[in-house]
Design a protein around this ligand. Structure first.
Ligand code: SF4
Length: 204
């Protein structure tokens, strides 16, 4: 387009439709969120599901995170994929400390998030007891899709649009949002009845 081809409102409209303005911070966060290097580090059975996310079937490369790094110095995401024993916790923490900022951690599976079925003296009852965790992925094991979902949540967080989660969307506490009935959740009569019976059985 040559100077003078468009003027006035036409020129304003042309520019509005074609020029994008942003901030350096947003560009950096976009780049960070879409070029994450996870550490090649597995703890237990969940690690098998984590490994499969790089396979063609699940293809974490779609989100820019296929390059798992074998050194914490080159990684910025630690996926805690499995139970963390008391003996292993200091090692995990050291690996996390050796990663350079900015860095993130996903707790994958019931074991690393809460100890899972291993409620005993040998297993840490939740990795966030000894290191910061950004996203918890539930399941035993979580399917690769679940890990990818958690990964996209982390990306949102990095880009500054952290999702507060379903509890805030449904006005929920614990797992009882369907029976409590917030503004966005109206339980059916049957649901309320079933819930009351369940509480009777539990003596709650
Ligand atoms: S959550 Fe389940 S699959 Fe994952 S480490 Fe624990 S027992 Fe294994």
């Amino acid at each position: 387009m040559l100077r003078g081809d468009l003027t006035g409102d036409d020129l304003e409209k042309y520019v509005e439709e074609r020029v994008v303005t942003t901030t350096l911070e947003k560009v950096l966060n976009q780049a960070r969120a879409h070029s994450i290097f996870p550490a090649t580090f597995g703890l237990a059975c969940c690690a098998i599901e984590m490994m499969s996310t790089v396979s063609p079937r699940y293809d974490i490369a779609r989100f820019g995170a296929e390059a798992f790094r074998a050194s914490p110095r080159q990684a910025d995401l630690l996926i805690l994929s499995g139970r963390v024993s008391i003996k292993m916790a200091p090692v995990v923490r050291r690996i996390y400390d050796q990663m350079l900022e900015p860095k993130w951690a996903i707790s994958m599976g019931a074991c690393s998030s809460s100890g899972g079925m291993f409620q005993n003296y040998a297993v840490v009852q939740g990795a966030d007891k000894f290191m910061p965790v950004d996203v918890h992925v539930p399941g035993c094991p979580p399917r690769p899709e679940a890990l990818l979902y958690g990964f996209t949540k982390l990306q949102q967080k990095i880009m500054g649009n952290a999702d507060p989660g379903w509890r805030s969307r449904y006005n929920a506490h614990g797992t009882e949002e369907w029976a409590r009935g917030g503004p966005a959740s109206q339980p059916s009569e049957e649901a309320i009845e079933a819930y009351a019976k369940a509480r009777e059985v539990l003596g709650a």
